[in-house]
Design a binder for this molecule. Sequence first.
Ligand code: AHG
Ligand code: MN
Ligand code: MN
Length: 334
Amino acid sequence: MFEKQHLTLGEFIIANQDSFQYSSGELSRLLNGIRLAAKVVNHEVNKAGLVDIIGTAGEMNIQGENQQKLDVLANEKFIQTLKNREIVCGIASEEEDDFISINSFDENHQNKYIVLIDPLDGSSNIDVNVSVGTIFSIYRRVTPVGTPVTLKDFLQPGKNQIAAGYIIYGTSTMLVYTTGNGVNGFTLNPALGTFYLSHPDMKYPETGKIYSVNEGNYIHFPQGVKDYIKYCQMEEGDRPYTSRYIGSLVSDFHRNMIKGGIYMYPKSSVAQNGKLRLLYECNPMAFLAEQAGGKASNGFRPIMEIEPTELHERVPFFCGSKKMVEKVEEFIQA
Ligand code: AHG
Ligand code: MN
Ligand code: MN
């Protein structure tokens, strides 16, 4: 067995593949594909500040290459890497109108996995050197192997996920994921290009003192959410809580999981279902949250129980320390 603190992501994937209930070698190859794409995107994200020197989106850079917007580029890199692994039969991305079917017209094709991604989360933060991320969610297809994938393969409830995770391109770059046996975090050593297990068995504190919400939308929030925000600000017991909102779900979630807190993107009078996407953002984060002892809800029921009806569906999202999510549900349902 490897010493835990010296484990690389590659070693960890292999060491843990037997605990996975399905064909484990395939999932390992898929996770390795994500690991590779993460490094490529990390490299691009880190160059973002050089855009005036090497060219802006839509322009030629100094080498005569076309510069692309980072969310488009991240999307391409992930799709390319996953396509080439002969594991995935379908990909859906926040950046694409439709799902992509991969070689599934070939009846010899044995690919079983569906991947959904938000290739660049928090993209408005790129220009100002604030952390962004990538979110991924993995399912097994429900239609027979060797036939074309259909929408049905993508519209599965979050509870069917077999793996999910995110990459955070922050002060250091981390990959955090679950295959249903807890949550583990790996930090990239940029000098070596290797991810090391730095955060084994991550757990949400049962309660916390951070609330994260775009309070500029306060006036549009439902009364229950307004009341909960006032509750967070009240001087009583361990309150008032502190307010922290980066505007990158990945970063806000990551901080709250480590320190204890709640992230909220409620519905509002201007956005009936809030902003976040059920399939690319909420389900994977909900799987991670539950695996870390936290909770994720739309205010009324667990996120992962929702039966999706469309690819880009949005949903109100409350996610974080268990007790805090239960409390906001109380206010919303009052
Ligand atoms: P994306 O960059 O993938 O479109 O996602 C941005 C999301 C999420 O990361 C963030 O928490 C939220 O949008 C911020 O929205 P507001 O600016 O409306 O607060
Ligand atoms: Mn996003
Ligand atoms: Mn995005």
